[in-house]
Design a protein around this ligand. Structure first.
Ligand SMILES: Cc1ncc(COP(=O)(O)O)c(C=O)c1O
Length: 375
């Protein structure tokens, strides 16, 4: 019998719905108390001084790049094994993303490869904590210090991830979070910038709101109408409706991550017995919250990754390949064709990896169904 096991199901409770209803009763539907509360709670959870709600992680990354003052000719090192947003944020500023190969165990950007790609033009490194397991932040911060590079954390997968007990998003200059529906918590679309640097926060807040010297909200309480445009900004704000959902979801983040970890442990136990499939490798100095549960389909397995993907689809099981590397995407291919350093790890992963369904309310029956089909 076919059972439907989607790749991801967001977890929305009655309490979430009630909180959204409350936000809709307000007169002021953006830049209001729900955003303040969400930002405050988020900042406390990540253990940083400041946070700023935005419309997506893509926007958080773009604002981080703008806050660094990137300009054409600058280079930023980013992993090739990531979603397009990580590199696009650099391109939006007219600068060049330098795609870099990843580690074969964690699939995180490789510190050795970072060093190979540093030039006089390099300004920053964006790391992605792949699948919910932190990069080696000690190594990366020391590279940053040695070469005077800023380190930005793409935390789209990493709400609750830690490195040596420090939360991801509190280690680099900024942390960039996503609340897309597949992520640890969701606001539909949404994101957050975290930082301990007041001047970065000020730049982010100004740029996300059209570069205006006085925000509309301030004009509610002050008798001033005159404002200036001091920078080329955007409308990248997170409204009250989405903030109310985010706040209510954030109250459950520990429970959500505990559930994901338990599901991953069950998968681990069952899948490691299957010849030809390898389970995610977890490092001992960091946690893993399994935003993604990524297996590798090795050559001992009787069918290829693509065949497995198609067979599971026929059985009603949603899976995904995260990621097909950026250096092979049309937009980037031209630039990376003649690159000196290859991408041996990402090139191998692209044919082997498969991300299995994982979401907080996944049942044992669904786990068993996925595993029995893998078998
Ligand atoms: C690693 C990574 N960075 C950035 C993003 C962009 O997030 P958003 O959809 O919130 O812009 C994603 C989204 O999937 C992602 O996986």
């Amino acid at each position: 019998m076919i059972m439907k096991v989607p790749y991801y199901v967001p977890w929305i409770t009655d309490n979430d719905r009630r909180n959204v209803q409350k936000s809709l009763k307000q007169r002021w539907l953006t830049d209001g108390p729900f955003l303040d509360k969400f930002e405050n709670k988020f900042r406390q959870y990540i253990d940083v001084k400041f946070s700023s709600g935005v419309g997506s992680a893509t926007q958080a990354l773009h604002l981080s790049m703008r806050a660094l003052g990137l300009s054409p000719g600058d280079e930023v090192i980013v992993p090739t094994f990531t979603f397009a947003s990580t590199a696009n944020a650099v391109l939006y500023c007219g600068a060049k993303p330098i795609l870099t190969d990843v580690d074969s165990e964690t699939f995180n950007i490789s510190p050795k490869e970072i060093v190979k790609n540093i030039t006089k033009k390099t300004k920053a490194i964006i790391v992605v904590h792949y699948g919910g397991q932190s990069c080696d932040m000690n190594e990366i911060l020391s590279i940053g210090k040695k070469y005077k590079l800023k380190v930005i954390e793409d935390c789209a997968h990493a709400l609750g991830s830690t490195f040596k007990n420090k939360k991801c998003g509190s280690i680099g200059l900024t942390g960039c979070f996503s609340f897309y529906p597949t992520k640890i918590i969701t606001t539909g679309e949404g994101g957050m910038v975290t930082t301990n640097d007041k001047s970065i926060l000020n730049k982010v807040n100004n740029l996300k709101s059209q570069g205006m010297s006085i925000q509309a909200k301030e004009r509610e309480t002050k008798a001033v109408w005159k404002y200036d445009i001091i920078d080329l900004g955007y409308n990248y704000r997170l409204d009250e409706i989405r903030s109310s959902l985010g706040l209510s979801q954030l109250n459950r983040v520990t429970e959500i991550n505990q559930k994901r970890i338990r599901i991953a442990q069950k998968y681990n136990k069952l899948i490691k017995k299957i010849n030809g499939l390898s389970i995610p490798i977890k490092k001992s100095d960091r946690n893993h919250i399994y935003h993604l549960y990524t297996i590798k389909v090795e050559k001992e397995y009787p069918i290829t990754r693509d065949e497995l993907f198609a067979n599971l689809f026929k059985k009603g099981i949603g899976t995904s390949v995260q990621y097909y590397p950026l250096h092979l995407m049309s937009l980037y291919q031209q630039t990376y064709k003649n690159k000196k350093h290859g991408f041996p790890v990402a090139n191998e992963l692209k044919d082997k990896i498969l991300c299995l369904p994982i979401y907080a309310q996944m049942t044992d029956k669904a786990i068993q169904y996925v595993v029995s089909n893998l078998k």
